[in-house]
Design a protein around this ligand. Sequence first.
Ligand SMILES: Cc1ncc(COP(=O)(O)O)c(C=O)c1O
Length: 385
Amino acid sequence: MSIEIRKYIAHKIQERKDADAFRQFRINEGAIDFCSNDYLGFARSEELFQEVEKEAKMLEQRLNGSTGARTITGSSALLEEVEQKIAAFHLSEAALFYNSGYTANLGLFSALPYRGDTILYDALIHASIRDGIRLSKANSFSFEHNNLESLEKRLAKANGNVFVAVESIYSMDGDAAPLKDLAALCNKYQAALIVDEAHSNGIYGKEGEGMVVELGLESDVFARVVTFGKALGCHGAAVLGSKDLKNFLINYSRPFIYTTAPAPHQVLGVKIAYDNLSKVSDKRLYLSKLIDLFNAKLDSLLRENLIGSSSPIQCIIVPGNAQVKRLCAMVLEDGIDLRPIVAPTVPLGKERIRICLHAFNTEEDLERLTTSLNRNYKKLLEGKL
Ligand SMILES: Cc1ncc(COP(=O)(O)O)c(C=O)c1O
């Protein structure tokens, strides 16, 4: 390899280290999980693990892998059955299974909006949608986060087919999009509203159908992306929309076409997770109680820096990569696993602790979390950390 390339790599790594933003893996075994996206505890459920194992043994086709791209040899009766199940559950005409939420967004946004079209996206939209937009030939503009006026200004000037991209619950902030108002505005301008439901799938709606169904907006939303790696505790995603949209994506969405289809075990995991969603209303209820309790137990100092959210994602702004990392390290000493979200993942000065509450966190766990946060945050402000 050329010396110049080696130097470039070393330089870029050093840049991240200098900014206290060097990403690396960390396994905090034994610490209480207040940071994973396993909101309902499905990923760690022994019961689900056993169900998947049992059903895997009963599969007609005993395959370890899907053997090819979906349009060649990778499709299966199981995959088609699961897609139908997902579509019916979310009150959608059709669903198309993608290998991940990242590829679903990449596949949808890169394929559908075309040259001369316009994509308007919330300023805090997820990286996977940004990357999909980058691959698209359409024009794109951001609008201020959750700001309808800012969106309307953009809508009034937009050309071609117009797509509006939002998340129902924002991944790094935890706050909700004003979906009803957004849908009405998109209707007014004949724009296609696309909602990423990564963090609302499984949590909102009577049986966890997501926020679009909870609000009865299925027919006002052009497409939804639901992911399976968060509340469903497995892996993968689906684009929900019309049958025509599904056929369009099968034919034009490169991240769907040019990749090996998901393995049967992965698909089975998703099927069983969906089967179980309707059985866990008690967990959803408990989770919402825990969210209220969390807010009540935080000191006013911390509450002032909390991003308003009624979802399981609760974020506290702690400016500065080094500061937020230090605070997380101190809380870890109390046996609590919290992860800092640093720039450039979030804007400079908006670094934060992203706390995820789970149905498996006990009230005692929550007490430990808030006690540790309250104490250590005060110390941080006093310069004693
Ligand atoms: C809003 C949002 N969309 C999409 C994704 C990507 O989903 P996946 O992890 O399944 O690739 C994520 C998760 O990182 C997310 O938070």
